[in-house]
Design a protein around this ligand. Structure first.
Ligand code: GRF
Length: 198
């Protein structure tokens, strides 16, 4: 039986696409739902074009009431009954209750070499710190923001003249390599960490 995967997105969903592309090949998991926190998320159309079920729960009407927003999110998720949830550029902070419900089943990709630069503006902060390398991390989601066991990382050199934009642009293709590799291992219970050196 293939593992059922739900992907949560907020935007263009390029990481989501990389996961869908890989799952379209011989794979231990299959996508059952792409869920966005805005009906305008560009990734929804891309998922639908690949024949994957999509849904959205707009966070705006909930006006900061995270518990109610997450209850609506959870309803969609429970219907899809995923074994694994992949956060892929999902830009809402999740409450401990939601995380506890899916703990051990939820993955996230973060654009830094964790535990460095948790939170936002990672490319800018890597440059400000004078890093010689930068990268991305796929980790299990726990109650700690951008904490949780590291499952894989991709690392690349920082070059003279790099800006947050050039770093983001060079890093994204590595994210697209890393996340599918981690998901393949996670889906079969292989806990060997993935490492990519670009
Ligand atoms: C990626 O850089 C991801 O690491 C970060 O948000 C961006 C999402 O891009 N969390 P996309 O929506 O997958 O194209």
């Amino acid at each position: 039986m293939k593992k059922r995967v739900a992907i949560l997105i907020s935007g263009g969903g390029s990481n989501m696409e990389a996961l869908l592309r890989d799952m379209a090949r011989d794979h231990p998991a299959a996508p059952v739902l792409v869920l966005a926190n805005s009906p305008d998320a560009g990734g929804l159309a891309k998922a639908a074009a690949r024949g994957v079920a999509t849904a959205s729960v707009d966070h705006r009407p909930y006006k900061g009431d995270r518990a109610r927003f997450e209850a609506a999110l959870n309803e969609k998720l429970e219907q899809a009954a995923p074994d694994i949830i992949c956060l892929a550029g999902f830009m809402r902070i999740l409450t401990p209750g939601f995380i506890a419900r899916w703990q051990g089943k939820m993955l996230n990709i973060h654009p830094s070499i964790l535990p460095l630069f948790r939170g936002l503006h990672t490319h800018q902060r890597a440059l400000e710190a004078g890093m010689a390398v930068h990268g991305c991390t796929v980790h299990e989601v726990t109650g700690e923001l951008d904490g949780g066991p590291i499952l894989g990382q991709a690392v690349m050199p920082v070059q003279a003249g790099d800006t947050p934009e050039t770093l983001a642009k060079r890093l994204l293709p590595l994210e697209h390599q890393l996340y599918p590799m981690v998901l393949r291992r996670f889906a079969v219970g292989d806990s060997k960490k993935v490492s990519i050196f670009a």
